[in-house]
Design a binder for this molecule. Sequence first.
Ligand code: ZN
Length: 317
Amino acid sequence: MSEDEKYMQRCLQLAANGIQGARPNPMVGAVIVAPFTSDYSPSTTKIIGEGYHVRCGQAHAEVNAFASVKPEDEALLKDATIYVSLEPCSHYGKTPPCADLIIKKGVKRVVVGCVDPFAEVQGRGIKKLQDAGIEVTVGVLEKECQWLNRRFFTYHSLHRPYIILKWAQTANGFIDNQGQALQISNEQTQMLSHQLRAEEDAILVGHTTESREHPQLTVRHWVGPNPKRVVLTHQRPLQQLIDDLYQQGIQSLIVEGGRQTHESFIEAGLWDEIRVETGAMTVSDGTHAPQLPSNVILLSSEVYGDNDIKRYIKANE
Ligand SMILES: [Zn+2]
């Protein structure tokens, strides 16, 4: 791992702390690094400031990073590099542009994880810095930086929420017991489901699940806001519903449907991630679990007690 990657890794770590507060803004981390010499290590670097975007409407990561620099280290800024996981903003939003602040602080170099897909930025922050004579490196740990803000990126580039299809199945591939709801999740995986709900903007069930089970779809085994509850009905075609969610600013959606609902999302290509929990139990008959699409790759597989959760994403087309 290069030095740039090492410090970008730290940005990503910091950024992730904004998972609940930053929404609908992206999670961003920033680290300020200055050259440092001592008798023991003739040429090295040290972190003199760091910060992340804590809450939407409040200071951006760069502002917090500069604010954390100690007065005695201010003189080091002229030789410093600031690492930011997402391109610094160039527009007046709820706060002034971070690109202007970076120029004012007079750092020597800026390292950007990835370009901001938001229409009002999209490279303008980088251009502003370059025009001011600052050396800019773009694309360090780019994939990781984009992945962290996959909801934000999907929303701004595909104009729809990031969609997670999620179901639980028995060891022999059924999602219910002869049409009756089945408790497959255990205490641990239930907690994970509720964490997921707290981190995503909306949750959808199909009308069959809705009328049969009246699920609460709220956050109870974790701490955080409840997602917006959405029901897919015959009156609301899928694409129209997705367009509505986009218009409402919904950046991510969990789908906890039955087989039909999941398959309609899969058929329309409207999915980004699939999470399948498989329990140890078996039933003699029931509704078959949805068929995984052919273009999936396994992202992770984790064991929780007798259950396991496999996460799939789309293979690159
Ligand atoms: Zn900013």
